[in-house]
Structures are given as structure tokens and as C-alpha cells.
Design a protein around this ligand. Sequence first.
Ligand SMILES: Nc1ncnc2c1ncn2[C@@H]1O[C@H](COP(=O)(O)OP(=O)(O)O)[C@@H](O)[C@H]1O
Ligand SMILES: [Mg+2]
Length: 314
Amino acid sequence: MTTAILARGLVRDFKTVRALDHVDLEVPAGIVFGFLGPNGAGKTTLIRVLLGLVTPNAGETRVFGVDPTRDGAAVRARTGALLEHHGLYERLTAEQNLAFHARAWRIPRPEAVARIAELLRGLGLWERRGERVGTWSRGMKQKLAVARAVLHRPPLVFLDEPTAGLDPVASATLRDDIERLARDEGVTVFLTTHNLQEAERLCASVGVIRRGTLLAVGSPADLRAQRSTSVVRVQARSWPPEVRAALGTHPAVRAVADDAGTLRLTLHHPDATPELVRWLVGHGLDLEAVTPERASFEQAFLDLVRDADGARAP
Ligand SMILES: Nc1ncnc2c1ncn2[C@@H]1O[C@H](COP(=O)(O)OP(=O)(O)O)[C@@H](O)[C@H]1O
Ligand SMILES: [Mg+2]
């Protein structure tokens, strides 16, 4: 198994902010890796370090074995990137934009023509290739920016919030495009997104970062399984108000929500259910059903980030 990205003890400070705090990460080649975390967590900084655009204060990184702090140009030749700015020329047509970048990459012309046609067709932009990009919607520009990032067939591409600011239809389309590109071109994708459903759908593995600290790495299913809370739905013949109130302060219970007579209980521990059932029966409740709710990836993510918030509190 080839390692696409390696980081060991990576630290990057900006004045008083520690943007990356001893990050250890290994991303195998050939997968879509999702890098998730709240705004300001350090996601873009890590990408910039890996591209050799920002120098770390401590630690080591390798991209396909190359050290980006020593040979950033070699790393950038082997990678594609869609960063916060899409990097397109608004006054050029779609085709001219890609042709410009193909020249910059010194791709021989016949090959460039074929590659550009292949990408524009694959992304459904072929009919629009002669239009100036400045007139396009953000969704179409983002598609073209993805095409630009993979134009020179890099084995690794960084996509920093590619679907940010897109309407649901445009982001679903772009997500499908990314999925198809990753599959057809065998490219390793390092993706950041705030859309957790998108991450779960696209990514074989995800990392969760908060305030420069990597909190977890694993498949979305792993993270769901490791979540620190669980939710059970409890149906009873009736809910005496005093039992309902006592539940709110029960040590195993984090939150209580009423869903049309069924209580939805968030528990601090996944294994607290039997204890809670005993407690409810002990309080004379006629239980009709106790059903665990399948943990959502979003809930697992929120638990992770909130637990880290809690750990930081004095
Ligand atoms: N060039 C910079 N100068 C000063 N602070 C920066 C700079 N770049 C990033 N930061 C800070 O580093 C932290 C991480 O930022 P960033 O990597 O952009 O987060 P994310 O991409 O996860 O939103 C933030 O607190 C941000 O303000
Ligand atoms: Mg960012």
C-alpha cells in the first residue's frame, strides 16, 4: 500500500494561534479522504503545508515520499489543488482556461486537446466550452476548477471545500463528479467539507480536527461506532410528569426530547440503556418499546467535537 500523505508531529503557529498542534496523519493512496472540522480548525493550513506553501514550525511531512518543505515544486507537480479561490480566468472561456493551464503544465498540444475534451464532456460542460467563465454560476465554475485541478493527471488532488456555497442540486452534481473522477482516474482525493452526508458518502476514511488537534481518524462507520453518546427511543403507556422530570436530571441522560409521546433520550454512554430501563421499570412505568436509534455520522461528529470542547473547559 502506497502512502500518499504522511504527517508526523506537525506544528504550525500563527502569532498566538496554534493552527496545527502535533498532527500525526497517514493517508493511503487511492482513497477519498475527508478532512472535517469546524471553521478555523486548521484544515486549509494542513493543505498549505502539504503543498509546500506554508512552512511548519515543527514536525515532518511527506507527499508520495517527497518533503514539501524542501521540494514544494516537486510536490505541486504531482498534485492538483482547488483552494478557496477557484483560480479561473473569468474573461476566458472554459476551454481557454484549461488550455492555458495545459500550457503551464507543458502538456503536448494533441494530448491537451484530448484531455480537455474528455474532462469537459465528463463534467457535462462540453456544450458550454465556448462561454466566458465570468458569466457562469458558482456550481459550473467549481466543476471547471475541479477539471483544472486534475488536468495534468496528478495522482493526488486537494479539494478545499469544493461544494461550499453551492445549492443542494449543484453540490450533489459536483459530489457525483468527484466520486466518478476518483473512481475512473484512480486519483487520491484529500477533501475538506462541512457537509457530513457528503463526507460519509464519498470518503473511505475521514479525519476530524478541532483547534489544530486531530481528534479521530477512521472510516465513517468506525466513527459512528465509536461515538460517545447513544440515543434510545422509549415508548410507554403514559409518562407521569414526575418521572418525566426526574429523567431530565438522571446521571446517564444527557438530553430528553418529546416526539409525539415517545421520548427520545440521549445517553452519555452507549451501554447505559439497561440501567435506564431498570430505573424506568422501578419507577412503575409500563414500557411498550425501547428502540436504539442508529447513530448518525453527523451525531458522531458533533459528539467528538463537543467532547473536545468539554475537555478544554476548566
Ligand atoms: N496566514 C495566517 N495568518 C494568521 N493566522 C492564520 C493564517 N492562516 C490561518 N490562520 C489561523 O489558523 C487557524 C486555522 O485556520 P485554517 O487552517 O484556515 O482553518 P480551516 O481551514 O479549518 O477553517 C485559524 O485560527 C486561522 O485564523
Ligand atoms: Mg479552510
